[in-house]
Design a protein. Sequence first.
Length: 390
Amino acid sequence: MSTATINWGDYSIPRFLREAWQRKPLLLRQAFPGFAPLLSRAQLFALAGDEDVESRLLQRNGRSWQLEHGPFARKQIPPVDQRNWTLLVQGVNLHVDAASALLSMFRFIPDARLDDLMISWASDGGGVGPHQDAYDVFLLQAAGRRRWRIGPVADATLQPGKPVKLLAHFTPEEDLLLEPGDMLYLPPGWGHDGIAVGGDCMTYSIGFRAPPQGELLKEVLWQLAEFQQGGPIYTDPPLREGAAPALLPQSMVKFAAQAFARLKPDAAMFESVLGAYLTTPKPQVWFEGMQASPASLRRACQQTGCRLDRRSKMLYTAQSVFLNGEAVPAALAASALLRELADQHSLSALQLKGATKDELAALAQWCAQGWLLTGEVAAAPAAATKTRRG
């Protein structure tokens, strides 16, 4: 697949980025003409039964909502003709090559923003209620029909006592009916309420996280504290008997402030922290490592080329390259070849002809961890070993 297969109608990628991205909703009729679901209903339900897959089941009965988390055995999923329920399967791109390929069509947005592809299946009347998301999302109708009511959120008050975050006072401005192949883009914070019409409705949500500044700050501070381990230990000033035992010592407050002042982060440190944070796989991600010698893996890369596993995340800056939460060794930090791998998600045998010894060693190590694949590795699945991140 390629971005050329998206039918932008009167728009184009540059015009979309200039006029709509993070500014206003945009409905693209037949963005994917003749689109067929990548997974059947039965395949999606089976995926929701995998313990390594994040899934949720949401059911509505009048004003009452019930939320359950997977994995789900087939008998736990309601009958398809029962009204008002939705099955949500997160991170389908991590488990299905075709879903990963679909996601790659949206790489006109930086990879650092990409979250995942979620598939929701809904019976007649099913949906997740009126809500808003803190990320950009493309809602691709894959099968059936869904009615979307959308509008800006003037009052973000939530309905009390609900297992999901539902807007208490949502007044939509538009009412849209999406058919298979239609796609709706919504910026962060835009209210929306999607309801399946006629049942057997499947919607693909392609999400791009827009993390609040506070969330990034929390992660940055945690990582910076890791970098600053050590230093002097706290010692009490001279104590006297009879002092108030519950009083927080000002000396301890001052000691903590001095520790914070020691951080002194610079731009390179922020890049390092964000690079590791944004490439860290989700907790449920596993990789299939290969039990083969480094020499054979190097030869496999040179002879057949290599490509990133669909679950791998790779980013780079001017100073560093990051893969699955780790920075590459300093000797490879300036590698143009690894930056090509990050941009293209693959390297051909021809591109690898000029690879250095260190670059080939790194590629072989990533193959052994399952972060990288070659044709030779893919042909020998019996030798695989399952690991979290290598």
